[in-house]
Design a protein around this ligand. Sequence first.
Ligand code: NI
Length: 285
Amino acid sequence: MAGTVTEKNISGLDQLFAGMWTDYTSFNPHARVIYDQILAREQKSNAAVKALINDHIALRTFDVASIDLEQMARIFLKYGYQACGEYEFKEKKLFAKHYEHNDPRQPKVFISHLLTSEFSPKVRAIAESVARTFTDEDMQRDEVLFSGRRWAANSKVYRELLEESEYAAWLYAFGFRCNHFTVSFNDLKSFKDLSDLNAFVRSIGQSLNTSGGEIKGTPNQLLEQSSTLAGQVELEFDDTTLKIPACYYEFARRYAKPDGQLYTGFIAASADKIFESTNVKSARV
Ligand code: NI
């Protein structure tokens, strides 16, 4: 891959992910608990392990040109990421791309946006009003990716969006922030397979998303994924406070392609089910 990696831009990138992680764990404490427990278990067999490696992180936005996935991606392109795969989610009306860095320790970045023109004019109008809260300058700042909600929001609009798209409602309620981090199973040493890791996560009192089965994908598809159910948080709207699902934590195991290299893409059918980890109906209590 092209792009020279300098100490300066790696440090900026590390800061970006650290900012996203701090924001994400601040309202998804279950992810922090799981991270700490997995790390502690890894350290029992190898005290030198200092941190878990992320397979990927995921971001959500609307397809309004000034804030669409290409705009979000500019921040990662600046750090040497390159666009690698494109995905369509026909039923959920989403389009997504994934980006990779030439340093394999850096997570892949999965950015999706909602195809707003495929919904009612109301959804498009809300997406446009959200977009108007960002200047082009805002969209170039790393911090925008964990800036949260910067628009006035009310619970009535949230519920209306929920009727049309869980994704739109989530984005309207939470704003720009990481939707999930994903632990790289391949970089763990103390679990024999993803079922073993899932059992460990359950053993520490956490619930997993069972939509489409606990493990999405197969070794033949070269990617297996599982995820927690999003935790519920009390979120303030202008008119009231609602208890709604926030973010989930994901686990991914990758398999080698015939050329011996690990598969780095995503499986749309699996991601489709993983998206449901933030559904209001399936969320944990
Ligand atoms: Ni994911």
